[in-house]
Design a protein around this ligand. Sequence first.
Ligand code: CU
Ligand code: ZN
Length: 496
Amino acid sequence: MAGPSYDLLIRGGRVVDGTGAAPRQADVAVSEGRIAAVGQIEGAARREIDASGLAVAPGFIDVHCHDDIALLNTPILDFKTAQGVTTLVCGNCGLGATPANEQFEQFYARGTEGVLGPVREFTWRSHQEFYDTVRAAGPAANAAFLAAHGTIRIVAMGLERGPPDDTQLAAMKDHVREAMDAGALGLSTGLIYLPGAFSQTEELIELARVVAEYGGLYVSHIRNEGAGLLDAVGEAIRIGEEAGVPVQISHHKASGRANFGLTAQSLPLIDEARARGVEVTMDVYPYTAASTALVAIARGGRLAAEMDPHDVLVASVKHQHEYEGKRLDEIAAMMDLPVEDATRRLLREEENAVVAVMFVMDEGDVQRVLQHPHCMIGSDGLPSPTGKPHPRLYGTFPRVLGRYVRDEGLLSLEEGVRRMTSLPAQTFGLAERGEVREGYWADLVVFDPDAIADTGTYEDPRQYPLGISHVLVNGQLVVEDAKPKHVPAGQVLARA
Ligand code: CU
Ligand code: ZN
């Protein structure tokens, strides 16, 4: 007898359900955007996918995204959906596209544009207006947002260095409140960037208190990831403890040769805080190279003090594309200038819109952080429309599942998937996502655990991964037979 009829049936796969439970053989039925049934399913469907020999998992949640403007400019988001990512948490590192005013628009054009991408027109002023703009753009993946401290600070007080006065602090709190009312998940900071670097701990505690009222979380690119790592982790924990919010430490790492191994001391600080009842979690990307705006590492002498110019690769620029893919020492030779002068000239001529890739981490630290049970995965991908972006933009999730789960055996398959699905959903407050469970939204990925692999390199980073055949966002196929396509399937997600 024919059973019920579904929109779509994924037959014969091994379900890795996101909770960390062992994989089990089951069919998955989808109807009206949701998971309608999991188990041995008798019914029929308008469409069937044969998943025999393949894994069926919840869609991956990328907790560290900078796709705020990519959602508008390239709503297909192929670099993410091809990885199996179905939800993007944007607004990280204190760097957002909203709120906006004239001063922020100018600031954006002078540097942020190189990282987040060009904005055709700032048609929004508030968080709510920006989220509506994203919704109207029809992205292929779900998007959720953090209120970005740096952006809010510029809108409230420009690039003033000192602490905010009472009026300015009140204005910042109002912006955080407006974001949280509009559905933001929490507040992000980027304390090596301007203007985040100007802020003192007290200011951040005050703003995090607003987030606490809403049950959101505090997410931080901490003040120092090099020699000052332990103090910077301590500051993040203090903010969480005093404001009463959970803390997420972004892209946890130890940067610079002299600091290799330092995560062996930072992780115990996190464990101690957790033992005291502070909810501290973290994310990591599975590479030993970092990437950020060159201006951020040139400022304050970090580049000169901590890095060998040969370890710094120019990924993308605005005008002189011949520098893309070149190391700083090579560029200095091309310009016939000492490295420091060449860096200054490059930044001036490129209007600060230079993104760099820095080979500054130790594999041992990456693996140690990845193995921590409270660590999730965040790509920190910078969706530059030009140049050679860090390969994490295209390869983060398949690299974890291929290289670290299958090849190195650092995590079991079900544990690796948990760190990409239910752990981030619970930590960031995304309801009815992150598990293959009846009634949950049908964000799903079908992949071959034996074949999954990232394929991009630093020289040639724009490469789709292998082994991911189908991806569904809210029940709609956005990747079919390993080919991403643009379907406006994504929703703007609000904090649960
Ligand atoms: Cu970031
Ligand atoms: Zn960051």
